[in-house]
Structure formats: C-alpha cells, structure tokens
Ligand binder design. Structure first.
Ligand code: KIV
Ligand code: ZN
Length: 554
C-alpha cells in the first residue's frame, strides 16, 4: 500500500561514509583520504550483492533455503547491506527477499527493482515489515543503453529516474539509485541525473562500472567529478559497483574509496555477471591491511571471511581458484624453502596478514622439492619424530628425491620416509642365511637363520613352494601376525642372471607397509623383501603403541 512508511531503517545521513567518530566524511578534505591527515578512519559501508548480482553468475542459481543460509553468514560477517534479490524477477526471488528481510537480523535488507512502478511495488511487497529495508532502483544513463536498449531520450530517462525514486520513497526512507553504465555515460548528463535523484530522495547513489570498462584512474576521477560537480552530492552516500571484465573491479572500487566513495558493492568470492563483481574479501582486507593508504575501514568481522567463502562456493558449485587473493587455498601456503625458513623465524617476513584474521587456523607449509631442512625438521617434529643427525640427513635426502618425483609430499609420505630410514638404520631382524630345497617330487623346505635384536635364531619349515616355505619359516621364527597383501617380482635387467626385485605389502593392526628386496636369487630377494616389510611394521607398530600410550589408550 503506497504511502505506508517502513520503519526508519538504516538510512543514515552519513555523507560518503562517516568517520569512526561519526563526523561526516564529506567534511574531511580529500587530502585526508589520501594521506590520513590525522583523522580517524572513515567507515565504508559494505553492500553485499552475492545473492543478486552474484547469482547472475552462469550456473550459480541458489534456492531459497540456500539464500537464507548465505544471508545469515553475511549477517555474521556484519555486512551493512544485503541485496537479497530482485523481487519482481521470480516468485523464488520474491520469497527469498521476503524471508531474508524478516529472518536475518543486523544488516539492512535490499531488493533490486528496475525503474518501473510494478518492480518497485513488488520490492516493497517483499520487504515490508522488515526492520531495516532498502529499495534499490536503477536505469541506464549511457547513450549506448538509452538508444539501443531502452529507446529513451536523456530527458525521458531523467524524468523516469526521478519519478521512480519518488515512488520508492513513498514506501521506504532508504532508497538507492543506480545510473547503470555510469562509467560510459557522458559526465555532465550523469551529474544532472544524480543531482535530480538526490533531490527526489535517494540517500545512496551507486555508480556502476557495469561492463568493467573503466581503469582505476578514470574511475577515481569519475567519483571525484561527482563530488565536485553534483551540488547536492554531500547529501547522499556515493556507492560504487564495479565489474571485473578487465580484472580491475577491486582496484577501481578502492580508487573510488580514495576519492570519497562511502559504500562498496561487492560479492563473496567476486562472483557475479560475466567475470564477476569486486570481491568482498579483497576490498575488506585491502582496506584493513592498507589503512595507512586508504584511511578507511569497514565494520566487517574478517574472521568470518573464510567460512563465508567456503559456504558460497559449496552452494553455488563455483570453486575458488587456488591462487585467489585472501580466500584461495594457496593464499597462505608457502612453498619456497627460503620463504619457509623466513616464516619459521618471523611470520611478517612473508605474510602481510595473518591467516587467523580471515578465520583460518594457520598458514600452510607445502612440503616439496623446494622445501629446506628447516621446514622439513619442523614438520617432522610436528609429527612427533625427533631424529638423530644421521637419521635426519638420510631422511632429508630421500625427501628431496621424492620431491623431484611428486608435486607435493604429504604427511603420509613423510611417515613412510621416516619409518623406512629409521628402520634401515635400526633393522631389528637381519637375514643371516637361507637354504631352500625344492624340485619335482620333494616338499619345498627352507632353513632360515636370522638375527633378532642381536640374537641368532635358526629354523626349518615347509611350504607350497620355495618362497612359501621361506615365508612360513620366517613367520614362525619372528612370531608375527601380519597378512601378506601382495607379492610381485620383476627382473631389474634382461638375461637369466638379472637381479630380481621383489616387492611385498603387509598389513597388521590396520597399518600397511611395503618391503623391497633385490638379489640375483629370487628366493633370497623374496626373503629380504619380507624381512624389510617386517622391520617397518615393527617400527610403525611400536610408534603407534608409543603414541597410544601417550594419549592413555593403553
Ligand atoms: O552492474 C550493474 O550496473 C548493476 C546495476 C543493477 C547496479 O548490477
Ligand atoms: Zn552489476
């Protein structure tokens, strides 16, 4: 019902943002934006449009429940405004805007509406009753759009923009107007439209770089031009909405902040139409980390950023590129040995922000061929291994060799390297001699002599074949309960005198190990492989028992 006013909502009188002390920042000279000037940081409003422009990413549509879930996470982030959808566009969007306006506490909830009465009425229908609500209406101002898309003259467009802002103001106090394609509009006409819509009651004027065409210098100058040439510009918050077609959305938004913009429209993970919008996390951390340059900050609880990024990625199915700033999997991962060494000595050597600031537990050291001794020792200590110098040197050499073969050396690889190296140095069971009798018409028999912890033991046993006889005898001597998972033999070179290499895999108590042995006699190679695996098992199971004892399980 037109004429019914919504509650006052969050429309504020802050002109281009307020300082932390509440002083209208428009009173703070441009110099202060650039050089700090001793003033407190301006608070920039974060207008999140993940649920509206973000949903315009191809394939990223979300259902109502998912939108509510994301809106609640945006509220935990403490964004100032959530653009919850475009109520007129579909019943689903209408319902999402309605539910978010009523269920999500904290931020102002906004619906987009074209500059048409039916769109604005629908936005109001969805929002009404919500504690903090805004209608965001838009119409293009560039000649390209007016001529080819809207078929309106400049005069007609200006008149419609003013009428629709007034129409929206009939419902709510908090109205935002966007001159679409502003960055390609003729500045003098843009100024004229902005002046008229501010007079008509728009509390926020949002300047979109709709097609991501502007450069940072141009966009900054555009915002400065608006502040200088729109006589009533200080009565509205100047907002910016940048697209990323040339990869400049964040740079352009930050350039606009330097020139006095008080609101930035952005999305989680930078999703949005075509190449996306400015990324919220990059804007927020850019302002936070370089407060010295921007003299501006936001109210965002940055520790919620990582969670928000994962949630949006999971729901939209849009994976975050690993090297994405702030929230990419590699944003806090260090690979170079030089960097890892520096980081272990002092975090600030290679980190300009702490991973905890965005809600991550810690930075990641990627173990691989570039890692140095310092990082390798640190990781082994984290895994509970304290090696002697000799053991460490052996293990490090093997780690480097493995790093050349594998992109990343994982924890399990390190466990194997360490256990194999230590097992090699501390072999508990050593083969001393082996004699096998087999042939047609005889039962294969093996006589095995091993040294176990320095004690010589000799035994004879039989089996289904010579290898089986040797293995059964070794099992009897060592009294092990392991299961043979696999056995493979291959010739290392050609010819009947070739070395045979035997590989086995054993399992005991859920621990699986592999063993290798080589000899020109494949029965001896088989025995060596089996004993090699038994030595590793002995090491791994004693390590397991030690750690269980430590945590009181046995
Ligand atoms: O990119 C754009 O111009 C928009 C407007 C609706 C603000 O998304
Ligand atoms: Zn947009």
């Amino acid at each position: 019902m037109k004429g019914v006013r919504a509650s006052k909502g969050s429309r504020s009188l802050n002109q281009g943002g307020t300082t932390e002390c509440g002083e209208p920042s428009s009173l703070v000279g441009r110099k202060a934006f650039l050089f700090g000037g001793g003033t407190m940081a301006r608070m920039i409003k974060i207008f999140d449009t993940t649920l509206r422009d973000g949903e315009q990413s191809p394939g990223a549509s979300m259902n109502i429940e998912e939108k509510v879930m994301i809106a609640k996470q945006l509220a935990r982030l403490e964004v100032d405004i959530i653009e919850a959808g475009f109520a007129y566009s579909s019943p689903g969007d209408f319902e999402a805007v309605r539910r978010i306006a009523h269920e999500v506490e904290g931020p102002t909830i906004c619906s987009l509406a074209r500059a048409k009465p039916e769109d604005i009425d629908r936005a109001w229908e969805a929002l009404k009753g919500g504690p903090r609500i805004r209608i965001h209406t838009f119409l293009s101002t560039s000649d390209i759009h007016l001529k080819y898309q809207f078929r309106l003259s400049r005069e007609e467009a200006l008149k419609r923009a003013v009428e629709m802002v007034q129409h929206a103001r009939g419902f709510v106090e908090d109205v935002e107007f966007s001159p679409m394609d502003a960055s390609r509009s003729e500045p003098s006409y843009l100024y004229e439209v902005l002046e008229a819509v501010i007079d008509a009651g728009a509390g926020t004027v949002n300047i979109p770089d709709t097609v991501g065409y502007a450069t940072a210098g141009e966009f900054g100058r555009l915002i400065r031009g608006i502040r200088e040439h729109v006589p009533n510009s200080s009565k509205a918050v100047i907002s910016v909405h940048c697209h990323n077609d040339l990869g400049l959305a964040v740079a352009n938004s930050l350039a606009a902040v330097l020139e006095g913009a008080g609101q930035v429209e952005c999305t989680i993970n930078g999703i949005g139409e075509r190449a996306g919008n400015a990324s919220l996390e990059e804007i927020v951390m850019g302002l936070r980390v370089r407060k010295d340059v921007y003299d501006a900050d936001t109210r965002i609880r940055t520790e919620e950023l990582s969670k928000a990024s994962r949630l949006v990625s999971k729901i939209t199915g849009m994976t975050v590129q690993p090297n994405k700033a702030i929230v990419g999997a590699n944003a806090f991962a260090h690979t170079s040995g030089i960097h890892q060494d520096g980081l272990l000595k002092e975090k600030s050597t290679y980190e300009i922000m702490r991973p905890e600031a965005i809600g991550l537990a810690q930075s990641k050291m990627v173990m691989g061929k570039l890692s140095g001794r310092h990082a390798f020792r640190q990781r082994l200590e984290e895994l509970g291994y304290k090696l002697s110098d000799q053991e460490f040197d052996h293990a490090f050499e093997r780690f480097k060799r493995l790093g050349d073969q594998k992109k990343e050396v994982f924890e399990e690889d390190l466990e194997v390297i360490v256990s194999e190296e230590i097992a090699k140095i501390q072999e508990r069971i050593v083969l001393k001699s082996l004699y096998v009798e087999s042939g047609t018409g005889t039962t294969p028999t093996a006589t095995v002599e091993v040294e176990i912890d320095g004690r010589l033991v000799k035994q004879t046993g039989t089996g289904d074949g010579p290898v089986d006889a040797a293995y059964r005898t070794i099992t009897a001597i060592t009294q092990t309960k392991s299961r043979l998972l696999s056995y493979a033999v291959k010739a290392l070179t050609g010819g009947t005198d070739a070395q045979g290499e035997v590989s086995v895999r054993l399992e005991e108590d859920g621990i699986a190990v592999s063993g290798h042995g080589a000899d020109t006699d494949i029965i001896i190679a088989s025995a060596r492989a089996y004993l090699n695996a038994l030595n590793k098992l002995a090491f791994r199971t004693s390590k397991l028992a030690e750690s269980r004892q430590k945590v009181g399980l046995i």
